[in-house]
Design a protein around this ligand. Structure first.
Ligand SMILES: [Zn+2]
Length: 492
């Protein structure tokens, strides 16, 4: 039974979808004005594992993510670069989707751009105006009146009167009724992009895009809303206020999951602080799957401090899993472990299997789940190449690791293996001959030569194997993740 910590109730609760058994899951996407950093990487890996796990447990998932393709930051960036907001937004949308693909994130079913939902946004704002919850400030914008929604602050455990102004420039106005009132629609200003709409020419506020998108695709209520911890207030509170006030149904989302921060050298990442690491930079140095192991080695709700040493540790843990999986033949496994395989398995495998799923069911405790896998590897490693473990046991272990990989996505994705150059193969063969002739000094010299060319030889019981030296396991970028973008509609 899967239990998830629900930010709304501050409790672990049994997770099950509301209607039938399809889980409607929405996670806040990026504002596309710059390259995504490893903090984004952490958040999206976590929700990828959540979606994978639900699907593994036979729950169909409809995973929706918005893309904020118009806001103050994009406008500022575009004017700095003397480009249109649209070309900036589309460029960073492409890099974002590519980064997700490189991180093995293909679980999102649909990406929805804010600017493709302008009519829906206008309709929602109109409804809030009709209900007397939103008000108009001429020459400025349309705002949400926090006094009309007493439940504001329930998710963050704050009250409306303690609310600070939202951080965005779009929410600033001296003529607002209450300090925390946030902007739903900003009337057009000179030099800014604008859309004609039934509520007047302008552009949407930040919070309203999510509820317009989710209402259109899921309806006023859905199962799971995720995002990073810093979005709880005011962003997620504002979403609840808009949706519940407009459609008079509550709760908007039954489960709220928030991912902890990723800090670099003890602090929040910042361009000016020089501790800003983009996903690109990370993937130049480390395999994506090793980063996933880094992320999953901490509980998703805990803060994590990134540093190169911890990443190196995660990478060597990852190599242990990959190495063991190679030897046990996970790539030949076609499916996960069956009930009868499990029944006849060794106590070590049964223990690891139980511990893995118990941990995953306990609020996605991935550090414990990984520990179960490492425990199994430690136990079986010494004997895996001898006949001591039976062929059945081999297959069962491989099938279990196949399941682990389906859920966590930590084994290198199947694709063309890095081609070993002929020259390297010839050197390795020559070295093998020298070793058989017990000419070890010459054999070692050849090993050195092979290493200089970027390859490492590992001698195993059944002959030697070649591996790419260092951590730069070559990868084929997998391109955009699964999902589709609605056809862009130009501003009218
Ligand atoms: Zn959002």
């Amino acid at each position: 039974m899967l239990k998830i910590y629900n930010t709304l109730t501050r409790k672990k609760e049994v997770f099950h979808p509301r209607r039938g058994n399809a889980v409607r899951m929405f996670v806040c996407g990026p504002t596309v004005y710059d390259l995504a950093h490893i903090g984004h990487g952490r958040t999206y890996v976590i929700f990828d594992v959540m979606a994978r796990y639900l699907r593994f447990r036979a729950l169909p998932v409809k995973y929706l993510m918005n893309i904020t393709d118009l806001d103050d930051k994009i406008i500022a960036r575009a004017s700095l670069l003397r480009r249109s907001w649209k070309s900036v937004a589309r460029e960073y949308e492409r890099t974002f989707l590519k980064d997700l693909g490189c991180l093995g994130i293909r679980s999102v079913d649909r990406f929805a751009r804010a600017t493709d939902f302008i009519p829906e946004i206008a309709a929602q704002v109109t409804l809030l105006l009709q209900r007397g919850i939103a008000y108009r400030i001429e020459g400025d914008g349309i705002y949400f009146d926090l006094k009309k929604f007493p439940r504001y602050g329930l998710l963050a455990h704050r009250t409306a009167t303690a609310a600070e102004d939202a951080t965005s420039r779009i929410d600033d106005s001296v003529r607002k009724r209450n300090r925390g009132d946030f902007c739903l629609w900003k009337f057009s200003r000179r030099g800014e992009p604008m859309w004609k709409s039934t509520i007047g020419p302008g552009r949407p506020g930040w919070h309203i895009e999510d509820t317009a998108i989710t209402h259109k695709i899921f309806g006023p209520q859905y199962d799971l809303h995720g995002g990073a911890l810093d979005l709880i207030f005011p962003h997620h509170e504002a979403e609840i206020a808009q949706m519940e006030a407009a459609y008079r149904r509550k709760p908007m989302a039954r489960f709220w999951m928030h991912a902890g921060f990723l800090n670099v050298r003890g602090g929040k990442m910042g361009k000016s602080k020089g501790n800003f690491i983009t996903i690109r930079e990370l993937l130049d140095k480390w395999p994506a799957e090793a980063f996933r192991v880094f992320v999953l080695s901490a509980h998703y709700r805990s803060p994590v401090d990134y540093d190169a040493n911890l990443m190196a540790q995660a990478s060597s843990s990852w190599e242990r899993i990959v190495d063991f999986s190679d030897r046990i033949g996970v790539s030949r496994a076609r499916a996960g472990i069956t009930a009868s395989q499990l029944k006849n398995a060794s106590p070590a495998l049964r223990t690891a299997h139980r511990a893995f799923f118990r941990a995953m069911d306990d609020d996605l405790d991935t550090p414990k789940a990984l520990a179960a896998v490492f425990g199994l590897i430690r136990k079986l490693n010494p004997s895996v190449e001898r006949t001591r473990s039976s062929a059945d046991e081999h297959h069962a272990v491989a099938a279990f690791l196949y399941d682990v990989n389906t859920i966590l996505g930590i084994l290198p994705s199947k694709g063309p293996k890095p081609a070993i150059p002929k020259e390297i193969l010839a050197l390795a063969a020559q070295r093998d001959r020298l070793r058989r002739a017990r000419r070890f000094t010459e054999a070692d010299a050849l090993r050195g030569l092979i290493q200089k060319r970027g390859w490492r030889i590992e001698d195993a019981a059944r002959g030697s194997r070649l591996k790419r030296e260092g951590n730069n396991t070559p990868r084929i970028p997998s391109g955009s993740p699964k999902g589709r973008l609605a056809k862009p509609r130009p501003p009218r």
